[in-house]
Design a protein. Sequence first.
Length: 112
Amino acid sequence: MTTQTTDSASLASLGDGDIETAVGDEGVALVEFYTEWCGSCQQMKPTLERIAADTEMTVLTVNVESHLETAIEFGAQRTPTFVLFADGRPVKQRRGAQSEQSLRDLIAEYSE
């Protein structure tokens, strides 16, 4: 796993490790499956950075082109696809660009 540091936050990117290790087996983690050329994915980056900056949860990005098998395993058939993990298990999936509030509501549903 690598970390991309920006002015306001750190987003973890899946490196050569597996996603289960990256999200952990406790708590909540949000994973975005993306491609570099996806305009909606690029638009989502500031939203993910804000969520990573002001929550304690893991926010992970997975490049579909580099990790195709992982994307297939979690049903990421289009980008962006967001998968929410709770206690190490995928519990919800959203496809396409999302509003910041919809992601925060999704996270809150499993963080309580």
